[in-house]
Design a protein around this ligand. Structure first.
Ligand SMILES: [Fe+2]
Length: 203
């Protein structure tokens, strides 16, 4: 696996993310429960989303490097929708989304933001991410324009700021499999965008 870390800013700019792991290599696997515990500590002690992402990206990297089970632990995508979601952690009162998502080639996601910080690690396959930003046109407040794209390969980790807007397209013949972790969604700010009609709807 390669080790590329990307940050997608609130304006949809894709940057190399400096999130080098400054940790001793442990003889023990870095397990999922440990990651979730550390993510909670980061949320409680760090208010800045970029700093949160930098620290969470580091420990997602540790998980990737010591969890071969991630390669095979997913649900077959539905032929109807083209995707599947396997929830890895859920607890009432702690709004953390931890899941493995599989997408079939030939499907493209809606253009959307997440209205919270998010970290997506590509486990398998190849995935094109296209990034957008609002044009801030007073006449068309929900108008967006494309600002870039990045193809993710296995081992790549993409960190998304809350207002980053993207859409996802699996490439090649194989499904893409991603490990995803998101914070608490602000549903009033989460949208799907239509770049033809210049509209956005809550979802
Ligand atoms: Fe997304």
């Amino acid at each position: 696996m390669e080790n590329r870390d990307f940050l997608i800013t609130n304006d949809g700019i894709c940057q190399i993310f400096d999130s080098v792991v400054h940790r001793e290599i442990s003889a023990h696997p870095y397990r999922l429960y440990r990651l979730i515990t550390e993510v909670e500590d980061i949320i409680l002690t760090k208010q800045n989303d970029k700093i949160r992402l930098q620290e969470i990206c580091q420990i997602v990297r540790l998980l990737l490097d010591s969890s071969p089970w991630l390669q095979v632990f997913y649900l077959e995508p539905s032929p109807d929708t083209g995707w599947s979601v396997l929830t890895l952690y859920e607890e009432p009162g702690f709004d953390l989304t931890v899941q493995i998502v599989a997408w079939l080639p030939g499907k493209v996601s809606p253009i959307h933001n997440h209205a919270t910080w998010g970290v997506v690690a590509l486990i398998s396959g190849s995935e094109k991410n296209t990034f957008w930003r609002r044009t801030n046109d007073l006449k068309f407040p929900d108008q967006i324009k494309q600002v870039g794209s990045q193809i993710l390969e296995p081992g790549d980790i993409m960190s998304l700021m809350p207002d980053a807007i993207h859409c996802v397209e699996p490439l090649g013949e194989e499904p893409t499999i991603t490990f995803n972790i998101y914070g608490e969604t602000d549903f009033s700010r989460r949208f799907e965008f239509d770049n033809v009609t210049n509209t956005a709807k809550n979802f």
